[in-house]
Design a protein around this ligand. Structure first.
Ligand code: PLP
Length: 443
């Protein structure tokens, strides 16, 4: 297969993830640099970033503070083994994360396990849940419950509790998983601003699964507080509270996957804070380091941590990664937390949410738009699929937006938006105006 070369460089060797490789390499979109709210592509064109990279660049691109902290760290201590050894930066970062832990001051989600990605955070959280149940004498609890349309990364654990069929159908899955129904119901909850009104009763699916399997077989339930990758699906009012209550009544741990919602996306530091619903474990990655270096972190409730750590002498949890708490990633994370604090970014979305809502909902009524959902600084815009060609319309909109200077994300026939949290009001209006123009151009 011959692919177009860019600047004499072959595109053949890099097998791109979650990408239509042949289509991409025939007409590549290559980003060369980035600063603030903008990318620049290899042809020198400026591209407004309406997706914070891939939901991760919350403080905007090219922050010198982060680059300098990473360079300093690499010049001081490039790497230290994390097994039976430590280094001060990992402890410092964990301590700082505990101070901003989901739930605010006094939160008991203050024990931190470091990973390198959202997928690893998810698999780590699932394993910790199993270890906890075993540690408290509930070793029959091995079942893990996810939700339809959930995305929890691409590890075998994550795809097993995940609910996106294309990510699952080719691969063998963990035994003993089951799924709640998803909460997406545009028929009852069309064009929502914030939480949809209808659907809290869908949390009772957990009662149904308990009746089917027995509570004594269920270790944990994992959900995204707001499902991101499936197209920004916001939980109905009361849904998460109900899920929490059922978990409490039956000794089931509740894991919030906050890889997207963590660090300010909703206008509160975490989904736990936005919804006021406690979780036993919270998975994060992405904005943890502002996307500058790969890293994930699982916030673990002290009770869960202590139960596992208070076991027999020796290694308490046979789990971890060569790069858990990598010095450079921790340095990037510390600098990122400084920026979030200095610029109050973890709550900035709250002040902008109304403007965001109005701007995005102004697209209602434009060609092909069949639903819009907004919450914090996130939005999902559903387009009517083209007959016999699902996903093509949103993909074409994404390409049109890119070619005219804006990065959006297409997932199925949904356009997902999640600008960096530094976005200005004028840029919010620009995002909506550019989308409106692109929608009018779209066949
Ligand atoms: C909710 C959620 N969990 C897990 C992941 C996986 O993260 P990663 O791609 O870093 O493995 C993602 C990625 O988008 C996500 O949105």
């Amino acid at each position: 297969m011959t692919m177009r070369a860019v600047n004499e460089r072959s595109l053949d060797e890099f097998w791109m993830p979650f990408t239509a490789n042949r289509q991409f390499k025939a007409a590549p979109r290559l980003l060369a640099s980035a600063s603030g709210m903008h990318y620049r592509d290899t042809e020198g064109r400026e591209v407004l970033d309406a997706t914070a990279g891939l939901w991760c660049v919350a403080a905007g691109h090219g922050r010198p503070q982060i680059a300098e902290a990473v360079a300093r760290q690499l010049g001081t201590l490039d790497y230290a083994p994390p097994f039976q050894m430590g280094h001060p930066v990992a402890f410092a970062f964990a301590e700082r994360l505990a101070e901003v832990a989901p739930g605010g001051p006094g939160s008991t989600l203050d024990r931190i396990f470091f990973t390198n990605s959202g997928s690893e955070s998810v698999d780590t959280a699932l394993k910790i849940a199993l270890a906890y149940q075993r540690a408290i004498g509930q070793g029959t609890r091995t079942r893990l419950i996810g939700r339809e349309k959930g995305y929890h990364g691409v590890g075998f654990g994550g795809i097993s509790v995940g609910g996106l069929v294309n990510n699952r159908r080719m691969f063998p899955l963990l035994p003993g998983t089951d799924h709640l129904r998803h909460t997406h119901d545009p028929g009852r909850n069309g064009f929502t601003r914030g939480l949809p009104e209808h659907g809290a009763e869908l949390a009772d699916d957990l009662e149904r699964l308990i009746a089917l399997h027995g509570a004594e077989t269920i270790a944990a339930v994992i959900v995204e507080p707001v499902a991101g990758s499936a197209g920004v699906l916001v939980p109905p009012t009361g849904y998460l509270e109900r899920l929490r209550a059922i978990c409490d009544a039956h000794g089931i741990l509740l894991i919030f996957d906050e890889v997207i919602t963590g660090f300010g996306r909703l206008g509160a530091p975490f989904g736990v804070d936005y919804f006021g619903v406690r979780a036993d474990l919270v998975t994060t990655a992405k904005a943890l380091t502002n996307g500058a270096l790969p890293m994930g972190a699982v916030f673990v409730d002290r009770r869960v941590h202590d139960a596992v750590i208070d076991g027999p002498a020796g290694i308490e949890l046979f789990h971890g990664y060569t790069y858990s708490g990598h010095p450079a990633a921790c340095a990037a994370g510390l600098a990122t937390l400084d920026i979030y604090a200095d610029e109050a970014l973890l709550t900035r979305g709250a002040a902008l949410a109304a403007r965001w809502e109005d701007a995005v909902h102004s697209l209602a009524g434009l060609p092909h738009v069949v639903d819009i959902r907004t919450i914090g600084l996130m939005a999902g815009i559903d387009l009517a699929p083209r007959a016999g060609a699902p996903g093509v319309r949103a993909y074409e909109l994404f390409v049109d937006c890119f070619e005219t200077g804006m990065l959006v994300r297409a997932t199925g026939d949904t356009i997902a938006l999640s600008p960096p949290l530094i976005v200005s009001e004028a840029q919010i209006d620009e995002i909506a105006a550019r989308l409106a123009d692109a929608l009018r151009r779209l066949a």
